[in-house]
Design a protein around this ligand. Sequence first.
Ligand SMILES: [Mg+2]
Length: 271
Amino acid sequence: MIMMEAYILDLDGVIFRGSEVIAGAPDAVNRLRKSARVVFLTNNSTQSRDAVSARLNASGIRCRGSDVITAGYAAAVYIRKRYGAQKIYPIGEAGLIHELKAEGHEIYPGGHEDLGEGSGEDMGKDAVADFVVVGLDRDFTYKKLRIGLQNILAGAGLIATNTDPLLPVEHGFLPGAGAIVRALETASGRSAFVIGKPNPPMMDAVIDHLGLPAHECTLVGDRLETDILAGSRYGMKTVLVLSGVETAESVRQSRIKPDAVIRSIAELREL
Ligand SMILES: [Mg+2]
């Protein structure tokens, strides 16, 4: 069977809100899968692709790890393709570290989890990572900021999985990776190279994965500045759901115009 069309679905605010599944999302996704390809595209780097896929399957959405593209995975692939295997100081959670290692990168300083007090303070030249890669880290500390800064000042590149300011959860919002990236940018005076939506590395990763022209893809997301902007820049159809970050009011006020606005993915019918 030749399936021409593809749906690219954001996760936070579209399928999940914090640990909860958005009502009707599993039926809507499984319905789409009957006639189109479906991939999941998330700026969230906290979980590995396999962990995200396990979570989707546990929620009644059938998929494989290879159907999931996280910003952590896209960062790991981008660095490998452009620079080969590198030494990386990650500020992020298990999913980011997993994807970096899976692409052959070395976590640096070794161990990461067991950085002793004072680590990063007398770094010789050999102790400098090639890149500091930053994602959402709910155990972010001043010490990680300090080690990240010292690596950057010693010559490491600064790469952000994403700069989303907020993460929508069950009853409100958490600070997103963007808040942590800004801390490093402020301290170092450098600007991060950003992988996630709406930037090209993430969008190129999903286009490569699908092997389809962009106009045959529909991107469904909850955020105008990332999802909808990215989709329209690439000539995809775009659908905004109001189950995440945006409201009817923020949509009215934005210059970024989705092709369709629906309350949640449960209302999605093939366009
Ligand atoms: Mg989202």
